[in-house]
Design a protein around this ligand. Structure first.
Ligand SMILES: Cc1cc2nc3c(=O)[nH]c(=O)nc-3n(C[C@H](O)[C@H](O)[C@H](O)COP(=O)(O)OP(=O)(O)OC[C@H]3O[C@@H](n4cnc5c(N)ncnc54)[C@H](O)[C@@H]3O)c2cc1C
Length: 396
């Protein structure tokens, strides 16, 4: 498999090794990748005021969102680590923030359980596939947010909801294509959280779509509408009509997991033979990756999945984030970055890997070592139908 030269600068490296595998112009987000950047963000984490400010959009200095998601997504920061880091924060902010960490954990548990079923309406019949482009960029609120998504690869939760709602609830375009566009750009893009976010916003998760209107823009980004070319003729002046979506056939997998042990992955390391490499995956790129930690003397390998990248056409900012992460790790221990097929690499070498709660993990066979996933809470076999039913089964 071709070796990727991590000594090149990110721009040159993408140009040299990733032709045909990304969308848009080559660019790098203002949110840097890597364990060092993640620890820096964690060290300056201050969630005072979070409960009141997490949904603020503009001006940017009013935002309470922490922007930790790209690091959490790739387990550069585990949910447990972040959960522990706020133990001295004011009660209301701590509880709200931890609630959001639990939403992330819920997304992971749900996806681990239902897998690709999360690409279909889970509980209610929202528009999945109608064609079109649901983001009219002549509206300043939409244009600003899509531009931020494209330039930084990140959005606050509030504007993710605006965009998802505008796409499907207002413009009646199928949510699957909208989530794919967002997934392409987001540095924190995960199938688990992105599909969950779209399903819940468009009503497929709750039956009650989230309505987006000028009201939220005035509240969360005051002043934005005054500069909008459509200010005398705002297409979202009123809330969309409230609807209750039809329920889809009840899916028993949401009520009970017949094989929770497979969903959760191993709870202790599983060894079949001596490993020669640690294989990192996109779901676990941190210094504390369990397989990496258990094998301090083995070389680390990351294989960019050529077929998947060619198909997905992720933004170059996402690819840059991965490269920065590998370059940063390479300053502490040797990392080999390859282009090819990670599953083939795992078949042909004796690799140690950390379990990832995603359907594609099943493609790994013949692993030398499998290490447990760093869950915040161990998955249970009970209901994942709603966040509250899922959460109620944990004592804390
Ligand atoms: C349509 C839509 C798509 C989304 N796509 C993704 C995605 O691909 N990846 C992703 O990580 N999150 C996604 N989210 C959830 C959420 O918007 C982001 O996690 C959050 O905005 C990240 O910013 P932050 O780190 O500043 O969050 P903070 O508000 O600071 O929260 C701290 C952490 O809690 C977790 N979190 C916060 N809100 C949520 C939530 N609603 N659901 C799940 N986890 C949450 C994240 O890990 C986040 O980093 C999506 C939400 C919506 C509505």
């Amino acid at each position: 498999m071709p070796v990727i030269d991590l000594s090149l600068d990110v721009h040159a490296l993408i140009e040299k090794h990733f032709t045909g595998m990304y969308s848009g112009e080559i660019g790098v987000s203002s949110i840097g990748g890597g364990q060092t950047a993640a620890y820096k963000a964690l060290a300056s984490l201050d969630i005072s005021g979070y409960a009141n400010k997490r949904s603020e959009v503009l001006p940017k200095n009013r935002r309470g969102a922490t922007v930790l998601s790209p690091y959490i997504r790739h387990n550069l920061l585990t949910l447990s680590e972040v959960f522990g880091a706020v133990k001295h924060a004011p009660f209301k902010d701590r509880e709200k923030f931890r609630d959001e960490l639990f939403w992330q954990e819920y997304a992971r548990h749900l996806y681990a359980r239902v897998g690709t079923r999360l690409f279909e309406n889970l509980r209610f019949d929202a528009n999945v596939v109608s064609p079109g482009d649901g983001w009219n960029r002549d509206m300043l609120c939409i244009n600003e947010m899509v531009s931020e998504l494209e330039n930084d690869g990140w959005l606050v939760n509030q504007t993710r909801m605006w965009l998802a709602s505008h796409w499907t609830v207002r413009n009646d375009v199928g949510w699957l294509a909208g989530q794919e566009l967002m997934f392409r750009e987001l540095l924190d893009g995960s199938r688990a959280a992105n599909l969950l976010g779209w399903q819940w916003t468009v009503g497929a998760g709750t039956g009650k779509p989230y309505g987006f209107a000028k009201w939220q823009v005035d509240k969360r980004a005051p002043g934005l509408c005054t500069a909008c070319p459509l200010k005398g003729n705002c297409p979202i002046n009123e809330f969309p009509e409230e609807v209750s979506l039809r329920q889809v056939e009840r899916d028993p997998i949401l009520d009970h997991d017949a094989d929770v042990a497979s969903t959760a992955g191993p709870s202790k390391p599983v060894f079949t033979r001596d490993a020669t490499h640690v294989l990192l995956t996109i779901d676990s790129l941190g210094d504390n990756d369990p397989a990496l930690k258990a094998n301090p003397d083995l070389p680390a390998v990351f294989v960019f999945n050529e077929t998947a990248l060619t198909k997905l056409q992720l933004s170059s900012r996402r690819i840059a984030f991965y490269i920065q992460t590998l370059q940063d790790l390479n300053t502490r221990r040797p990392v080999q970055a390859l282009m090819g097929d990670p599953y083939l690499f795992a078949r042909e070498n004796a690799v140690a890997v950390t379990y990832a709660p995603v359907p594609s993990f099943k493609k790994f066979v013949n692993l030398a070592e499998v290490h447990p996933y760093p869950w915040l809470r161990q998955p249970h076999a009970g209901s994942v139908r709603s966040f509250s039913s899922w959460r109620s089964q944990f004592k804390s």
